[in-house]
Design a protein around this ligand. Structure first.
Ligand code: F6P
Length: 328
């Protein structure tokens, strides 16, 4: 029989994503709803190691549902990867009377949560928060929908100047190991080609496709490329390569970078954050631990953390086909 939960610690870890604040708010208010205490842990696992805590009540999360970033700050803690760091963190939690954790982050953060749970038997629940959407057990991670809209808006603007100058643009988007942003935002923004880490399109096919575009009467083109693309060249090397092989193209590069991680969360991300936050707290109260809450077929579900970490979120092959047809 698990011990009754009385005080939940909540933290954000890894790369921030729009919707994290809405999730913090949901966790804090659900705790208040069930009359249990809630403590905000600053700077992710690093703040846990340093005991950087603050009691939070329903009024301390006023007016953050609409804010990007994370009011609790975030970090990629190297110290938490050591047994010594985790021991210190555990000591601070016990000292503060915190008896369970909600961790909002990506797979690196969940790996830390799982190890911590194994070592100390500490109850943990994960909420998937990353713009990359690369977590198994949820069709959407927090911030992904907002990031897609940010990218589409940026590419729409790039298209204006691309078409005015009859230029080809390579637009690099985030996604170290995953092409979800590139593929979905690429289709949404009408990209001619989309290069993703999961598929090696090959340089020859890229050149052929660009040649075909020109021949079919397209004066300007957009190629969206994920930062972790497999083609083996940086976006700047690709520009040089295409200019060397297809001199008829005037090529420019635009790296969207961290602007994709900021901004006001979309309605979808806010609602998802609220649903996931409620489920995370209720799961802990029901004695559940070592799970990630997620969204599957519009229902909030639980996936064992181990599976969420080990499983991969596959690219939808149908989208590759749609993208191909759309570039005709
Ligand atoms: O994991 C989210 C992400 O935005 C990736 O898409 C990107 O590769 C990485 O974080 C960048 O991390 P950092 O801000 O630490 O450089």
């Amino acid at each position: 029989m698990s011990k009754a939960i009385k005080k939940i610690g909540v933290l954000t870890s890894g790369g921030d994503s729009p919707g994290m604040n809405a999730a913090i708010r949901a966790v804090v208010r659900t705790c208040a709803y069930y009359n249990i205490e809630c403590v905000g842990i600053y700077r992710g696992y690093q703040g846990m190691i340093e005991g950087d805590f603050k009691e939070m009540g329903p009024r301390s999360v006023n007016n953050i549902v609409n804010k990007g970033g994370t009011v609790l700050k975030t970090a990629r803690s190297k110290d938490f990867m050591t047994a010594e760091g985790r021991k210190k963190a555990h000591g601070h939690l016990v000292e503060a009377g915190i008896d369970s954790l909600v961790i909002i982050g990506g797979d690196g953060s969940f790996t830390g949560a799982e190890v911590f749970n194994k070592e100390f038997g500490f109850p943990v629940i994960g909420i998937p928060g990353t713009i990359d959407n690369d977590i198994f057990g949820t069709t959407h991670t927090l911030g992904y929908d907002t990031a897609l809209n940010t990218v589409v808006e940026a590419v729409d603007k790039i298209r204006d100047t691309a078409s005015s100058h009859n230029r080809l643009f390579f637009v690099e988007v985030m996604g170290r190991d995953a092409g979800h942003i590139a593929l979905n935002a690429g289709i949404g923004a009408g990209a001619e080609e989309i290069l993703i880490p999961e598929e090696n399109l090959g340089l020859d096919r890229l050149l052929e496709s660009l040649q075909r575009s020109k021949a079919s009467g397209k004066a300007s083109s957009i190629v969206v490329i994920a930062e972790g693309d497999k083609i083996g060249k940086t976006v700047f090397e690709l520009k040089d390569y295409v200019e060397a092989n297809l001199p008829e193209y005037d090529v420019r590069v635009s790296v969207l970078g961290h602007m994709q991680r900021g901004g006001t969360p979309s309605c979808f991300d806010r609602v998802l954050a609220s649903r996931l936050g409620v489920k995370a707290v209720e799961s802990l109260l029901q004695g559940k631990s070592n799970y990630m809450v997620g969204l599957m077929h519009d229902k909030i579900t639980l996936t064992p953390l181990e599976q969420a970490i080990k499983g991969s979120s596959k690219i939808d092959e149908e989208l590759l086909r749609v993208s191909d047809i759309m570039s005709t």
